[in-house]
Design a protein around this ligand. Structure first.
Ligand SMILES: [Zn+2]
Length: 728
């Protein structure tokens, strides 16, 4: 049954907690999901209560047949709006399936950013709603926020700036089954907000850490991206709840959490909305999204409770959204303040996957693709240490951070053999251990005599970042380096969820061989305590200092070289051209005042291009680059051909007229243009995605013979048009 109780003293809270029941904190009350027997215990203690729903099963079953309350979007309506945003704003909005929920609905994420198809060097922020299906306001907020962002692009300068400078991810309905059937739970009757793996403790019917497809989908998007902030929307009270939820001690990032929550509250439309740590301000829970977001990934990860009622009347949907909209925008803005930078290889300039430790806070990770990291910090001076497998660590001391701004610190690392655990995926200390500090990051990086005590019968799953291969002899060393060595078992797996293969057991610092588990390689390792000793004392259970791969991953091979030379203007002058953009593959540079350039390039035959946009000069050559060598090559630019000089560049269509296919050659001058194919009446036949390519092969077979128009639309509003003729 669903009961609201009004506890007034600590013993009341202790009794409720001892029941191991689900409960949510309201303002001066707790909403509990309990059995009639448990209610008798509460009333026996004289705790006042009100029964809200007598029979939850019957209630949710009746709701199931009624569906979503009238005036609220159904899941399929939410999907339709999301789809229309991705269709109508393809340059800034994409929609992707991140999992299939219980009940076989897709779980989608919307990404809203400029160059939406690329993972750019920009701070990332995640919003989600509907994790508890009966808390109907979250998805309503999410889909309206997505729509306002898309509609605001190029109309509202603040929103346009945020979309250009940030990557905004929105999971508008994380638990579609719960929404369709108006239940807190998913179809397996599991509370997804107890199923996350960081300090998981078997609450909310969760059978194991990350057991549910909804939780796995959230984990996927959170581990494949690097969110500065993650805000998860709930209702049933009004409160901003930050980590920890599982323990009373504040996080080392409490200053960041508290500052941002105070901003959220101040900018919001609530007369006052309280905020604080989940454990103290709400109720102690394990397996929450926010403890995973912060504990494993270092994100500023919250629950935002937007309305006292889980299902306010439909007339309140928009008012509640508007109370939060400005705060949501402001959090997007603030996700770009603090520190940012890239981590790259000193020899190749390539991004290096790294873990970034700021003072004693829980670390963040950089993007392996763009190499960028971002972390919000309140004003102060910070020491930033970067640890990456295959490289020497690097530290930057006393980096000043000021209000509403960002300090950029780029790290260029020297290769050196090393391979240690890069991050924590999941962990459990049965029944929790408040007597220990629970500092899981101690288990990442090289041995340093700072240890994470995994708890009596506790376990931890670590990610080595890249697979460890089975070689001759031992492959992995578990470091304890402790005066009182303790017992444990080591398992290996090739996924975050196993299956776990036992490598062996030991005491203290010991090495293990993957061959003993019959595995050719493994990236994830699970260490479990042997159960000796006492549970709720400091240093309970095995004390893990580090996990080390014996044969470190070799530094990446040198797959790049250099090209240098001079850029000359077209015939007949052949004068050196300053400030010409020179590019090959992912590398770009500009010529100096003497027309000289030097650029990195992949080895082999590469396409080297240069252009001077203001002069309409352009040229591409093919150049051979040897590994580690410098190739000399001068570039003689051509005057770009165009119908009317001064007009924006045009693509070249070959052949034209065409039969079943043709090729568009696109000069880089057209990079920011959108390509749209229409018929003569202006009806859109196709939008062409170029994704950075300079040629597009156009399949014309679906279209009837006739005359079509290829339109290039530029950001300044100008449009150029070319005829494309199809004959067969
Ligand atoms: Zn909730």
């Amino acid at each position: 049954m669903q009961v609201v109780v009004f506890p007034s003293e600590p013993s009341h809270y202790d009794l409720i907690r001892s029941m191991g029941t689900d409960a949510e904190q309201g303002n001066g009350f707790l909403r509990c999901y309990i059995t009639p027997d448990e209610l008798r215990q509460l009333s026996g203690k004289g705790i006042p209560y009100e029964v809200e729903i007598e029979n939850l099963n019957a209630w949710s079953a009746s709701f199931g047949s009624r569906g979503v309350p009238s005036g609220y979007y159904t899941v399929s309506e939410l999907d339709e709006i999301a789809d229309s945003l991705a269709t109508n704003f393809p340059e800034i909005c994409s929609r992707e399936i991140i999992g299939i929920a219980t009940g076989f609905s897709n779980i989608y994420v919307l990404k809203i950013s400029d160059n939406v198809g690329e993972d750019e060097n920009e701070p990332e922020i995640l919003f989600d709603g509907g994790i508890h299906g009966d808390e109907v306001g979250g998805p309503e907020n999410m889909i309206r926020f997505a729509r306002d962002l898309c509609l605001g692009y190029n109309n509202d300068p603040y929103i346009t700036g945020l979309i250009n400078e940030r990557e905004i991810f929105i999971i508008y309905c994380l638990n579609p089954y719960g929404r369709n059937n108006m239940t807190r739970y998913n179809q397996a009757w599991v509370d997804i907000n107890r199923d996350c793996g960081y300090m998981w403790n078997a609450e909310g019917n969760s059978p194991s850490a990350f057991s549910q497809p909804e939780t796995k989908a959230l984990r996927k998007i959170m581990t494949e991206n690097q969110f500065v902030m993650h805000l998860s929307y709930h209702s049933g009270t009004e409160y901003i709840s930050y980590p920890w939820s599982y323990r009373q001690a504040p996080t080392p990032d409490a200053a960041q959490h508290n500052f941002l929550a105070s901003r959220y509250a101040a900018v919001s439309g609530y007369t006052s909305i309280p905020y604080g740590q989940g454990f103290t301000g709400m109720y102690a829970i394990n397996g929450s999204t926010k403890d995973f977001g912060y504990g494993a990934l270092g994100a500023i990860s919250w629950s935002v409770e937007i309305s006292l009622s889980k299902q306010p009347p439909a007339s309140q949907i928009v008012p509640y959204y508007l109370k939060n909209k400005q705060s949501m925008l402001e959090m997007v803005e603030y996700s770009g303040y603090g520190i940012r930078g890239t981590v790259t290889d000193a020899n190749t300039g390539e991004p290096v996957p790294a873990t970034i430790y700021v003072n004693n806070m829980f670390p963040v990770h950089n993007d392996p693709v763009a190499g960028d990291f971002h972390k919000f910090l309140v004003p102060g001076q910070y020491n930033i240490k970067v640890i990456a497998n295959g490289y020497e660590p690097a530290t930057e001391y006393s980096v000043p951070v000021t209000d509403r701004s960002v300090a950029t610190v780029d790290f260029v690392l020297q290769p050196a053999p090393s391979h240690y655990a890069r991050r924590i995926i999941s962990c459990r200390i049965p029944g929790n251990n408040p007597a220990d500090e629970g500092f899981t990051p101690a288990a990442t990086g090289p041995p340093d005599n700072v240890r994470y005590s995994i708890g009596r019968y506790g376990w931890v799953v670590l990610d080595m970042g890249t697979p460890v291969a089975d070689a001759e002899g031992a492959d992995i060393t578990v470091h304890e380096n402790d005066a009182t060595p303790e017992g444990y078992q080591v398992f290996a797996g090739s996924s975050m969820d196993g299956p776990w293969v036992l490598l062996g057991s030991g005491t203290g610092t010991i090495s293990f061989d993957l061959a003993s588990g019959g595995l050719p390689e493994a990236q994830y390792f699970k260490i479990t305590d042997d159960g000796d000793g006492t549970a709720q004392v400091s240093d309970a259970g095995f004390d893990l200092d580090a996990l080390e791969a014996m044969i470190p991953a070799p530094p990446p091979p040198d797959t790049t070289g250099w090209i240098e030379g001079i850029v000359y203007s077209p015939f007949p002058l052949f004068e050196p051209v300053a400030d010409a953009e020179v590019y090959t593959g992912i590398y770009t540079t500009f010529s100096d005042n003497a027309g000289r350039y030097r650029i990195q390039a992949d080895t082999g035959y590469v396409k080297l291009c240069a252009e001077k946009q203001s002069e309409n000069f352009y040229k591409c050559d093919t150049v051979y680059v040897a590994s580690g060598d410098t190739t000399n090559h001068n570039l003689y630019l051509d005057m770009l051909e165009r119908a009317n000089p001064g007009e924006p560049a045009m693509p070249c269509i070959m052949p034209n007229p065409a039969g079943n296919s043709t090729v568009l050659l696109l000069p880089k001058l057209t990079a920011d243009a959108t390509l749209i194919l229409t018929d003569l009446s202006g009806r859109i036949i196709a939008r062409l995605r170029r994704d950075g390519a300079d040629t597009i092969v156009l399949d014309l077979s679906p279209y009837n013979p006739g005359i079509y128009l290829l339109n290039m639309k530029y950001p300044d509003g100008s449009v150029t048009t070319q005829k494309l003729i199809i004959i067969r």
